[in-house]
Design a protein around this ligand. Sequence first.
Ligand SMILES: [Zn+2]
Length: 370
Amino acid sequence: MTKQNKAFKFRLLPNKKQEVLLAKTFGCVRFVYNKMLAERKETYEKFKDDKETLKKQKFPTPAKYKDEFPFLKEVDSLALANAQMNLQKAYKNFFEGNTEFPKFKNRKAKQSYTTNLVNENIELKDGHIKLPKLKLVKIKQHREIPADYKLKSCTISRTKSGKYYVSVLTEYEKEIQSKKIENVVGLDFAMAELYVSSENEKANYPRYYRVMSEKLAEAQRILSKRRKGSARWNKQRLVVAKLHEKVANQRMNFLHHKSKELASNFDAVVIEDLNMKGMSQALHFGKSVHDNGWGMFTTFLAYKLKEQGKQLVKIDRWFPSTKKCSCCDAEKKMFISERAYQCSCGFVADRDYNSAINIKNEGIRLLALV
Ligand SMILES: [Zn+2]
Protein backbone atom coordinates (compact mmCIF):
# COMPACT_ATOMS: atom_id res chain seq x y z
CA MET A 1 0.00 0.00 0.00
CA THR A 2 1.29 3.41 -0.84
CA LYS A 3 0.07 6.76 0.35
CA GLN A 4 -1.36 9.03 -2.30
CA ASN A 5 -2.42 12.64 -2.17
CA LYS A 6 -5.32 14.25 -3.88
CA ALA A 7 -6.56 17.80 -3.72
CA PHE A 8 -10.19 18.87 -4.10
CA LYS A 9 -10.85 22.48 -4.96
CA PHE A 10 -14.16 24.12 -4.13
CA ARG A 11 -15.56 27.61 -4.53
CA LEU A 12 -15.83 29.23 -1.10
CA LEU A 13 -18.73 31.59 -0.38
CA PRO A 14 -17.91 33.52 2.81
CA ASN A 15 -20.36 35.98 4.38
CA LYS A 16 -19.35 39.61 4.98
CA LYS A 17 -17.94 38.94 8.43
CA GLN A 18 -15.92 36.00 7.18
CA GLU A 19 -14.62 38.06 4.26
CA VAL A 20 -13.23 40.58 6.73
CA LEU A 21 -11.51 37.87 8.73
CA LEU A 22 -10.12 36.31 5.54
CA ALA A 23 -8.69 39.67 4.47
CA LYS A 24 -7.10 40.00 7.92
CA THR A 25 -5.62 36.53 7.68
CA PHE A 26 -4.12 37.12 4.25
CA GLY A 27 -2.66 40.37 5.58
CA CYS A 28 -1.27 38.82 8.76
CA VAL A 29 0.32 35.94 6.86
CA ARG A 30 2.06 38.40 4.56
CA PHE A 31 3.04 40.59 7.51
CA VAL A 32 4.59 37.74 9.46
CA TYR A 33 6.33 36.39 6.38
CA ASN A 34 7.94 39.75 5.69
CA LYS A 35 8.90 40.23 9.35
CA MET A 36 10.62 36.86 9.51
CA LEU A 37 12.26 37.43 6.15
CA ALA A 38 13.65 40.81 7.25
CA GLU A 39 15.10 39.21 10.36
CA ARG A 40 16.56 36.30 8.43
CA LYS A 41 18.05 38.67 5.91
CA GLU A 42 19.78 40.59 8.66
CA THR A 43 21.16 37.38 10.16
CA TYR A 44 22.30 36.27 6.75
CA GLU A 45 24.13 39.54 6.04
CA LYS A 46 25.80 39.33 9.42
CA PHE A 47 27.08 35.75 9.13
CA LYS A 48 27.22 35.06 5.43
CA ASP A 49 31.00 34.76 5.46
CA ASP A 50 30.82 32.11 8.14
CA LYS A 51 28.47 29.43 6.84
CA GLU A 52 28.84 27.20 9.92
CA THR A 53 27.76 29.91 12.37
CA LEU A 54 25.04 30.98 9.97
CA LYS A 55 23.61 27.47 9.92
CA LYS A 56 23.32 27.49 13.72
CA GLN A 57 21.23 30.68 13.81
CA LYS A 58 17.66 30.00 14.90
CA PHE A 59 14.93 30.75 12.41
CA PRO A 60 12.46 33.41 13.59
CA THR A 61 9.01 32.13 14.59
CA PRO A 62 5.61 33.88 14.35
CA ALA A 63 5.06 33.55 18.12
CA LYS A 64 7.69 36.16 18.96
CA TYR A 65 5.73 38.91 17.16
CA LYS A 66 2.44 38.29 18.91
CA ASP A 67 3.15 40.49 21.93
CA GLU A 68 4.29 43.42 19.87
CA PHE A 69 1.52 43.00 17.30
CA PRO A 70 -1.54 41.66 19.18
CA PHE A 71 -3.69 41.69 16.02
CA LEU A 72 -1.83 38.54 15.00
CA LYS A 73 -3.74 36.69 17.73
CA GLU A 74 -7.03 37.31 15.93
CA VAL A 75 -6.19 35.02 13.03
CA ASP A 76 -5.60 31.29 12.58
CA SER A 77 -2.21 30.55 14.16
CA LEU A 78 -1.69 27.55 11.86
CA ALA A 79 -1.78 29.92 8.89
CA LEU A 80 1.09 31.87 10.45
CA ALA A 81 2.98 28.66 11.19
CA ASN A 82 2.65 27.67 7.53
CA ALA A 83 3.99 31.06 6.47
CA GLN A 84 7.08 30.22 8.49
CA MET A 85 7.35 26.79 6.88
CA ASN A 86 7.09 28.31 3.42
CA LEU A 87 9.75 30.86 4.17
CA GLN A 88 12.03 28.22 5.64
CA LYS A 89 11.60 26.14 2.51
CA ALA A 90 12.32 29.12 0.25
CA TYR A 91 15.37 30.02 2.33
CA LYS A 92 16.64 26.43 2.26
CA ASN A 93 16.30 26.41 -1.53
CA PHE A 94 18.33 29.58 -1.69
CA PHE A 95 20.91 28.25 0.76
CA GLU A 96 21.41 25.14 -1.34
CA GLY A 97 22.04 27.30 -4.36
CA ASN A 98 18.86 26.54 -6.27
CA THR A 99 17.13 29.91 -6.16
CA GLU A 100 17.60 33.57 -5.36
CA PHE A 101 17.15 34.97 -1.86
CA PRO A 102 13.42 34.89 -0.97
CA LYS A 103 11.59 38.11 -1.82
CA PHE A 104 9.29 40.21 0.29
CA LYS A 105 5.58 39.82 -0.46
CA ASN A 106 3.87 43.03 -1.50
CA ARG A 107 0.16 43.81 -1.65
CA LYS A 108 -0.03 42.39 -5.15
CA ALA A 109 1.20 38.96 -4.03
CA LYS A 110 -1.21 36.05 -4.26
CA GLN A 111 -3.70 36.18 -1.41
CA SER A 112 -3.73 32.78 0.16
CA TYR A 113 -2.93 30.86 3.29
CA THR A 114 -2.75 27.25 4.36
CA THR A 115 -4.09 25.71 7.53
CA ASN A 116 -3.82 22.13 8.80
CA LEU A 117 -6.14 19.60 10.28
CA VAL A 118 -5.68 19.40 14.05
CA ASN A 119 -8.31 17.80 16.32
CA GLU A 120 -11.29 18.13 13.99
CA ASN A 121 -10.79 21.85 13.43
CA ILE A 122 -11.65 21.26 9.76
CA GLU A 123 -14.76 19.43 8.69
CA LEU A 124 -16.95 19.21 5.62
CA LYS A 125 -20.67 19.02 6.22
CA ASP A 126 -23.90 19.94 4.47
CA GLY A 127 -22.46 22.26 1.86
CA HIS A 128 -20.21 23.96 4.41
CA ILE A 129 -16.62 23.68 5.51
CA LYS A 130 -15.57 24.30 9.08
CA LEU A 131 -12.31 26.24 9.19
CA PRO A 132 -10.29 27.50 12.17
CA LYS A 133 -11.54 30.90 13.44
CA LEU A 134 -14.00 31.21 10.55
CA LYS A 135 -16.43 28.51 11.73
CA LEU A 136 -18.78 27.25 9.01
CA VAL A 137 -18.22 28.73 5.55
CA LYS A 138 -20.53 27.93 2.66
CA ILE A 139 -18.96 26.06 -0.27
CA LYS A 140 -20.08 24.88 -3.69
CA GLN A 141 -19.29 21.22 -3.26
CA HIS A 142 -19.52 19.76 -6.74
CA ARG A 143 -18.14 16.40 -5.68
CA GLU A 144 -17.86 14.24 -2.60
CA ILE A 145 -14.58 13.42 -0.96
CA PRO A 146 -14.53 9.62 -0.45
CA ALA A 147 -14.96 8.62 3.19
CA ASP A 148 -11.60 6.84 3.39
CA TYR A 149 -9.69 9.95 2.26
CA LYS A 150 -8.11 11.69 5.23
CA LEU A 151 -8.10 15.51 5.29
CA LYS A 152 -4.61 16.94 5.71
CA SER A 153 -4.72 20.65 5.07
CA CYS A 154 -6.66 23.44 3.38
CA THR A 155 -5.41 26.30 1.28
CA ILE A 156 -7.74 29.26 1.10
CA SER A 157 -7.23 31.78 -1.67
CA ARG A 158 -8.81 34.85 -3.18
CA THR A 159 -8.42 35.58 -6.88
CA LYS A 160 -7.84 39.06 -8.25
CA SER A 161 -11.44 39.22 -9.42
CA GLY A 162 -12.60 38.54 -5.87
CA LYS A 163 -13.55 34.86 -5.93
CA TYR A 164 -12.65 32.64 -3.00
CA TYR A 165 -11.54 29.03 -3.22
CA VAL A 166 -10.55 26.33 -0.82
CA SER A 167 -8.27 23.53 -1.90
CA VAL A 168 -8.59 20.54 0.41
CA LEU A 169 -5.57 18.26 0.44
CA THR A 170 -6.32 14.65 1.30
CA GLU A 171 -4.34 11.47 1.74
CA TYR A 172 -5.47 7.96 0.93
CA GLU A 173 -3.93 4.54 0.64
CA LYS A 174 -3.93 2.62 -2.55
CA GLU A 175 -2.49 -0.62 -3.79
CA ILE A 176 -0.54 0.18 -6.91
CA GLN A 177 0.98 -2.54 -9.02
CA SER A 178 3.72 -1.45 -11.31
CA LYS A 179 2.73 -1.87 -14.90
CA LYS A 180 4.82 -3.87 -17.32
CA ILE A 181 6.37 -1.38 -19.71
CA GLU A 182 5.45 -1.98 -23.31
CA ASN A 183 4.52 1.35 -24.86
CA VAL A 184 6.99 4.18 -24.41
CA VAL A 185 6.81 7.72 -25.73
CA GLY A 186 9.42 10.49 -25.74
CA LEU A 187 8.52 14.18 -25.55
CA ASP A 188 10.66 17.03 -26.74
CA PHE A 189 9.83 20.33 -25.12
CA ALA A 190 8.99 22.85 -27.83
CA MET A 191 8.73 26.59 -27.48
CA ALA A 192 5.74 27.27 -29.71
CA GLU A 193 3.78 24.14 -28.89
CA LEU A 194 3.95 22.35 -25.61
CA TYR A 195 5.87 19.39 -26.98
CA VAL A 196 6.56 17.24 -30.02
CA SER A 197 6.32 13.52 -29.35
CA SER A 198 8.25 10.56 -30.73
CA GLU A 199 4.98 9.66 -32.50
CA ASN A 200 5.35 13.00 -34.29
CA GLU A 201 2.39 14.50 -32.50
CA LYS A 202 2.56 18.23 -31.85
CA ALA A 203 0.70 19.24 -28.71
CA ASN A 204 -0.58 22.58 -29.79
CA TYR A 205 -2.62 24.81 -27.56
CA PRO A 206 -6.18 24.84 -28.88
CA ARG A 207 -7.37 27.77 -30.96
CA TYR A 208 -9.76 29.11 -28.30
CA TYR A 209 -6.85 29.37 -25.91
CA ARG A 210 -4.88 31.50 -28.35
CA VAL A 211 -7.94 33.65 -29.07
CA MET A 212 -8.44 34.26 -25.35
CA SER A 213 -4.75 35.01 -24.85
CA GLU A 214 -4.96 37.66 -27.55
CA LYS A 215 -8.05 39.13 -25.91
CA LEU A 216 -6.15 39.26 -22.63
CA ALA A 217 -3.20 41.02 -24.25
CA GLU A 218 -5.59 43.58 -25.76
CA ALA A 219 -7.32 44.15 -22.41
CA GLN A 220 -3.92 44.66 -20.77
CA ARG A 221 -2.98 47.17 -23.44
CA ILE A 222 -6.15 49.17 -22.72
CA LEU A 223 -5.43 49.02 -18.98
CA SER A 224 -1.95 50.43 -19.49
CA LYS A 225 -3.47 53.51 -21.14
CA ARG A 226 -5.89 54.26 -18.30
CA ARG A 227 -4.91 56.56 -15.47
CA LYS A 228 -3.89 54.43 -12.50
CA GLY A 229 -6.44 54.52 -9.69
CA SER A 230 -9.21 56.10 -11.80
CA ALA A 231 -12.68 54.56 -11.99
CA ARG A 232 -12.12 53.49 -15.60
CA TRP A 233 -8.77 51.94 -14.65
CA ASN A 234 -10.38 50.00 -11.83
CA LYS A 235 -13.11 48.72 -14.12
CA GLN A 236 -10.57 47.60 -16.72
CA ARG A 237 -8.41 46.02 -14.03
CA LEU A 238 -11.31 43.72 -13.20
CA VAL A 239 -11.76 42.85 -16.89
CA VAL A 240 -8.08 41.92 -17.08
CA ALA A 241 -8.24 39.88 -13.86
CA LYS A 242 -11.27 37.91 -15.09
CA LEU A 243 -9.70 37.19 -18.49
CA HIS A 244 -6.48 36.21 -16.78
CA GLU A 245 -8.30 33.66 -14.64
CA LYS A 246 -10.13 32.33 -17.67
CA VAL A 247 -6.93 31.89 -19.68
CA ALA A 248 -5.19 30.23 -16.72
CA ASN A 249 -8.11 27.83 -16.29
CA GLN A 250 -8.20 26.96 -19.97
CA ARG A 251 -4.49 26.30 -19.95
CA MET A 252 -4.78 24.09 -16.89
CA ASN A 253 -7.64 22.12 -18.46
CA PHE A 254 -5.60 21.62 -21.60
CA LEU A 255 -2.57 20.43 -19.61
CA HIS A 256 -4.77 18.04 -17.62
CA HIS A 257 -6.31 16.70 -20.80
CA LYS A 258 -2.97 16.16 -22.56
CA SER A 259 -1.28 14.53 -19.56
CA LYS A 260 -4.27 12.25 -19.02
CA GLU A 261 -4.21 11.18 -22.65
CA LEU A 262 -0.50 10.31 -22.49
CA ALA A 263 -0.84 8.53 -19.14
CA SER A 264 -3.58 6.30 -20.48
CA ASN A 265 -1.95 5.57 -23.86
CA PHE A 266 1.58 4.82 -22.67
CA ASP A 267 3.27 2.85 -19.88
CA ALA A 268 6.24 5.19 -19.65
CA VAL A 269 6.79 8.77 -20.76
CA VAL A 270 10.33 10.06 -21.23
CA ILE A 271 11.18 13.75 -20.88
CA GLU A 272 14.30 15.82 -20.51
CA ASP A 273 14.98 17.10 -17.03
CA LEU A 274 14.94 20.76 -17.96
CA ASN A 275 15.72 23.40 -15.42
CA MET A 276 13.11 25.85 -16.63
CA LYS A 277 14.20 28.75 -14.51
CA GLY A 278 17.81 28.47 -15.52
CA MET A 279 16.83 27.89 -19.10
CA SER A 280 14.59 30.92 -19.43
CA GLN A 281 17.26 33.09 -17.90
CA ALA A 282 20.04 31.69 -20.00
CA LEU A 283 18.21 31.97 -23.27
CA HIS A 284 16.41 35.22 -22.49
CA PHE A 285 13.06 33.74 -23.32
CA GLY A 286 11.74 35.57 -20.33
CA LYS A 287 8.22 34.78 -19.36
CA SER A 288 7.26 32.66 -22.33
CA VAL A 289 8.89 29.49 -21.01
CA HIS A 290 6.98 29.70 -17.74
CA ASP A 291 3.77 30.62 -19.53
CA ASN A 292 4.14 27.58 -21.69
CA GLY A 293 3.17 25.51 -18.67
CA TRP A 294 5.79 22.80 -19.04
CA GLY A 295 6.40 22.60 -15.29
CA MET A 296 2.70 22.25 -14.51
CA PHE A 297 2.32 19.72 -17.30
CA THR A 298 5.12 17.46 -16.07
CA THR A 299 3.71 17.60 -12.53
CA PHE A 300 0.31 16.43 -13.77
CA LEU A 301 1.95 13.79 -15.91
CA ALA A 302 4.03 12.46 -13.02
CA TYR A 303 1.11 11.81 -10.69
CA LYS A 304 -1.22 10.54 -13.40
CA LEU A 305 1.36 7.94 -14.38
CA LYS A 306 2.16 7.06 -10.79
CA GLU A 307 -1.50 6.44 -9.97
CA GLN A 308 -1.48 3.67 -12.57
CA GLY A 309 1.88 2.16 -11.64
CA LYS A 310 3.45 3.71 -14.73
CA GLN A 311 6.63 5.72 -15.06
CA LEU A 312 7.86 9.17 -15.88
CA VAL A 313 11.50 8.90 -16.92
CA LYS A 314 13.63 12.01 -16.74
CA ILE A 315 16.82 11.97 -18.73
CA ASP A 316 19.87 14.08 -18.09
CA ARG A 317 19.49 17.55 -19.48
CA TRP A 318 22.96 17.33 -21.03
CA PHE A 319 21.92 14.37 -23.14
CA PRO A 320 22.53 15.50 -26.77
CA SER A 321 18.94 14.92 -27.92
CA THR A 322 19.14 17.60 -30.60
CA LYS A 323 22.57 16.68 -32.00
CA LYS A 324 22.06 12.96 -32.36
CA CYS A 325 20.71 11.24 -35.47
CA SER A 326 17.86 9.04 -34.27
CA CYS A 327 18.54 6.65 -37.14
CA CYS A 328 22.31 5.95 -36.97
CA ASP A 329 23.37 7.59 -33.65
CA ALA A 330 25.88 9.91 -35.37
CA GLU A 331 26.20 13.35 -33.79
CA LYS A 332 26.53 16.73 -35.44
CA LYS A 333 26.20 20.40 -34.55
CA MET A 334 22.71 21.81 -34.93
CA PHE A 335 22.08 25.53 -35.25
CA ILE A 336 18.97 27.02 -33.64
CA SER A 337 17.82 28.10 -37.09
CA GLU A 338 17.89 24.57 -38.54
CA ARG A 339 14.35 23.23 -38.49
CA ALA A 340 15.19 19.87 -40.05
CA TYR A 341 17.70 17.24 -39.05
CA GLN A 342 19.63 15.96 -42.04
CA CYS A 343 22.15 13.20 -41.56
CA SER A 344 24.83 11.93 -43.89
CA CYS A 345 23.21 8.50 -43.48
CA GLY A 346 20.28 9.82 -45.48
CA PHE A 347 17.90 10.34 -42.55
CA VAL A 348 15.81 13.53 -42.68
CA ALA A 349 13.25 14.57 -40.08
CA ASP A 350 11.79 17.57 -38.32
CA ARG A 351 14.27 18.74 -35.69
CA ASP A 352 11.96 18.31 -32.67
CA TYR A 353 10.65 14.97 -33.90
CA ASN A 354 14.22 13.67 -34.22
CA SER A 355 14.92 14.85 -30.65
CA ALA A 356 11.78 13.21 -29.33
CA ILE A 357 12.83 9.85 -30.81
CA ASN A 358 16.28 10.21 -29.22
CA ILE A 359 14.68 11.02 -25.88
CA LYS A 360 12.45 7.97 -26.16
CA ASN A 361 15.40 5.67 -27.00
CA GLU A 362 17.48 7.03 -24.14
CA GLY A 363 14.51 6.45 -21.81
CA ILE A 364 14.20 2.84 -22.97
CA ARG A 365 17.92 2.36 -22.35
CA LEU A 366 17.56 3.73 -18.79
CA LEU A 367 14.47 1.64 -18.08
CA ALA A 368 16.36 -1.49 -19.10
CA LEU A 369 19.02 -0.70 -16.48
CA VAL A 370 16.53 -0.58 -13.62
ZN1 LIG B 1 22.15 9.22 -39.40
